[in-house]
Ligand binder design. Sequence first.
Ligand code: S3P
Length: 439
Amino acid sequence: MKQFTVSPIKSALKATISVPPDKSISHRSIIISSIANGRTEIKNFLPASDCLNTLKIMQQLGVEISCCNNYESVTVYGKGFHSFSEPKNILNCGNSGTTMRLMSGLLSAHSFLSILTGDDSLLSRPMGRVIEPLTLMGAKISGREHNTKAPIVITAGVLHGINYEMPISSAQVKSAIMLAALYAKGETKIIEKEKSRDHTERMLSAFGATIQYDKNEIIIGSEQRLEAQNLFIPGDISSAAFFMAATSIIPGSEMVLQKVLVNPTRSGIINVLKKMGAKVEVTNKKDISGEPVADICITANELNAIEVKGSTIPLLIDEIPILCIIMAQAKGKSLIKDAKELRFKESDRLKTMACVLRKLSVEVNELEDGLEINGLNGEPFKINYSIEWPSHFDHRIAMSVAIAALKANEPLNIPGAEWISTSFPDFEKIINKLQMAAV
Ligand code: S3P
């Protein structure tokens, strides 16, 4: 495992940062433009391994894609819904659940053999949640362990629309169904208990699809046609969250994060930080390629404990590991509940974060669907050498530990640094720059 050493920061953080482009929107930009008609130019694409896996899979399916300046600009030459050809080899999604689930939906509508696989983490994640609704739509799709795990094999598909009440709130599952619905005969209706991120709905709409989405219900008709668009991908709020956290736990800090996505289905972390006491301002708000984008200005302040549960969870699902670090610095006992989905991410994030917090000498209670965290009221984290690091780090866990290390009593060797490049290739560089500026 690659190690990455982070030392405690010597003074307050004062910086203006551009965070990497949004991962969820980068995946969708490649997928949707590949089935549109015409040339889509994508500016500010995220060249992280997860999104590159989506891009390579589209090329394996015969889509022409050209990239320049380290993916600063990606051009996709879409030829419509029926332009894919049977891939010669298996399609490797690596660590990316978004690639595997969204591609399952799209490939279910194609009458050729496709096999989707991934790394050990992805092979252990639940895939029955996409296989089931796609089978109801008429897809010939199967998976390992009685159709619950990848590799996923898809052989043919003549699809029809369905009415589907989602048993869990998941943007990946609803997006898989929406992509399949574009090819289905008849209308598809999807109902979610709690609204999850709506990037697929927004982007399909921007490409000209007929789609109604309001609150927790989506209706998507058949016989659609998508027209190419030019896109700009905004900064990823899930990456920005690490620096919002660093600013809020290091007294006297101030930071501006530029051109960040502030879509309400993603910006739960802003509201939670405000409620905990941090000063957060959202300025220069504008709409770019159908998504709200703004600068986030954050100033450190005393943090109080909070309860985060229910419909708030999907609005900050990927920020929960770093939220645990913020809660561990607050005054009082914080609670996260209704977050069982965290057990099915790149690692079991409830178990992993409980272990990380214990290693940082924070009192924590692991619940079936959440965590209870006793905050240190601003005291530095102390490394407990009698506790082992968790056996599995994923990108968001490794970055959360790196941020905690800025506020620890001694330098920390963080295992699993190689995972960080799945979403944030320049993370280490930015941390080193902040360290140099704080000397
Ligand atoms: C994603 C949706 C979320 C999130 C994941 C990316 C997406 O998963 O955790 O990192 O791009 O659609 P869910 O399927 O649980 O919503």
